[in-house]
Design a protein around this ligand. Structure first.
Ligand code: BG6
Length: 488
């Protein structure tokens, strides 16, 4: 098979799990946006692979019914959408049956750049890669995108990595963490490394603590079947929260080349202080939502969600205190928190700077620590909490916030994470994807915590849907004389 000189104009994006939730809600809308903004060549085909024995027309009909709801209304144009549907192809494959790959092989036989997006259960990754290789579809330029969860622990993650590596080399493997594709997350790198004023302060002892919160107001909904075997630690902390922490804490990379950035993130993960059983007991909180209210509507408890066993101990909330044992961050606590059915959707990073050693305004002055509040979603903003003089006689202080609304700061379109990352795959840019050793280092830190929780054999703490999590989460901060940002 000839592979030389392929470029992104001769492109097949092959999506395994093409009729699944992720494809309908994220991947196809992202590809549609790329289509509308002329980022896909006229020749680009999108080949969905699914179990259903559908014709191409039936698949297009299915996509037409389910995907438009996930596309920004203003971008949805009927002529564009019809033109986009023309790019779609469908192949019915039971991925566990070698013979079924024949149809895919005939459709993909031309020499083209192939991107295989595996949006299936991870236990199928190995077989899919083996079969693709066996039918000659894996050439030197082919790329494979692995959707999370990549394993359920270090052992299974290593197994997946090993199996995929039998057919694709590391430069061809794109382990996706969609948080790395978010505009605000990428902006963190520019904030840190593009502004000279922060670097001298971005360390102990000038930073007192860091909070990273990814709160969701939604429950587990139709994903309960998957979620109950994962829980918030595997679903969110092991990947999204640790990746955010890496970007906040990493040393400046020597360049933006993929390996230079990933080397620095790996060092952060390797510096995480392992947790003993005593640490786990003291520094982690697991919660599970009970009935409550969300957006003014009564909502059911986790244990009442369809497909959740009545005695499930799966955590829908995690808060923990972590330490990075290196010269920059020694003794600075990093508080990570995530949960479903929390009071509101809110992802933010709070950098709390150390207080002044001495205040000329005296002890009674109402001083507050300087904080940098980086809101990732739904607002996209950076605010700096400062003290100014309260107008009037005397020298009283009052807190104010200097604010930058990132959405208003430019007229340029802000692409969604999946669109940005898919375009990175097509262009062969690996910087915003996890390398094998990074993924394994993250599991290496998380595994003992999961293990510890099962040894402690206690239930997650209940918290009402619509709250900020169990009271123990506030107590975790209070021990260090701190509060979560929304409590301050
Ligand atoms: C996914 C998790 O990776 O991220 C989901 O599996 C979670 O449980 C989602 O809801 C959150 O993503 P976002 O972009 O909506 O914050």
């Amino acid at each position: 098979m000839q592979t030389a000189n392929l470029d992104t104009t001769d492109l097949d994006v092959v999506i395994f799990g093409g009729a699944g939730d992720l494809s309908l809600r994220k991947l196809l809308p992202a590809l549609y946006m790329a289509h509308v903004h002329d980022k896909l060549s006229a020749e680009t085909r999108i080949i969905a692979v699914g179990r259903q024995t559908w014709s191409r027309e039936e698949y297009c009909q299915f996509v037409n019914t389910h995907s438009p709801a996930f596309i920004d209304e203003q971008a949805l144009d009927s002529a564009d959408w019809q033109a986009f549907l023309k790019r779609l192809h469908y192949v019915s494959v039971d991925v566990t049956r070698s013979a079924d790959y024949q149809a895919l092989q005939s459709l993909c036989k031309q020499a083209r750049l192939r991107v295989f997006y595996l949006a299936t259960a991870p236990n199928l990754f190995s077989q899919i890669c083996t079969e693709l290789h066996a039918c000659g579809l894996v050439d030197a330029q082919a790329r494979v995108v692995l959707e999370k969860p990549l394993g359920t622990d270090l052992h299974t993650a290593r197994h997946i990595n090993l199996e995929v590596a039998r057919h694709f080399n590391e430069q061809q493997i794109y382990r996706i963490d969609h948080y790395l594709g978010k505009e605000t997350v990428q902006n963190l790198m520019v904030l840190r490394f593009g502004n000279a004023i922060f670097e001298p302060l971005w360390r102990a002892p000038y930073i007192k603590s860091v909070q990273i919160t990814v709160a969701e107001s939604v429950g587990v909904g139709s994903r309960a079947g998957f979620y109950d075997s994962a829980g918030a630690m595997r679903d969110m902390v092991q990947n999204h929260l640790l990746q955010l922490m890496c970007i906040v804490a990493m040393e400046p990379p020597i360049s933006l080349d993929a390996d230079d950035v990933r080397d620095e993130k790996l060092k952060v993960l390797r510096s995480l202080k392992p947790m003993s059983l005593a640490d786990i007991k003291r520094d982690t909180v697991r919660g599970q939502y009970t009935a409550g209210a969300s957006g003014g509507q009564a909502v059911a408890a986790y244990l009442e969600e369809a497909q959740v066993p009545a005695d499930s101990r799966t955590e829908t909330f995690v808060a923990l205190r972590a330490y990075i044992n290196n010269a920059r961050w020694a003794q600075v606590p990093f508080f990570l928190r995530t949960g479903k059915r929390m009071q509101q959707r809110q992802s933010e990073i709070i950098i709390e700077f150390a207080e002044q050693a001495f205040s000329v305004f005296g002890d009674s002055a109402a001083s507050q620590p300087n904080r940098m509040i980086i809101s990732l979603q739904p607002q996209e903003s950076i605010q700096l909490g400062m003290m100014v003089k309260e107008p009037g006689s005397g020298m009283r202080m009052q807190p104010v916030r200097l604010g930058l609304d990132l959405q208003q700061s430019s007229d340029k379109r802000r692409a969604e994470a999946y669109e940005r990352l898919l375009m990175d795959v097509i262009k062969g840019r690996l910087t915003h994807f996890m390398r094998r050793d990074e993924l394994e280092a993250a599991w290496k830190w998380v595994d003992p915590i999961l293990q510890g929780w099962s040894e402690l054999d206690d239930k997650p703490k209940p918290y009402p849907a619509g709250s900020w999590g169990p009271a123990a989460s506030s107590a975790l901060m209070a021990r260090d004389g701190l509060t979560w940002f929304e409590e301050s």
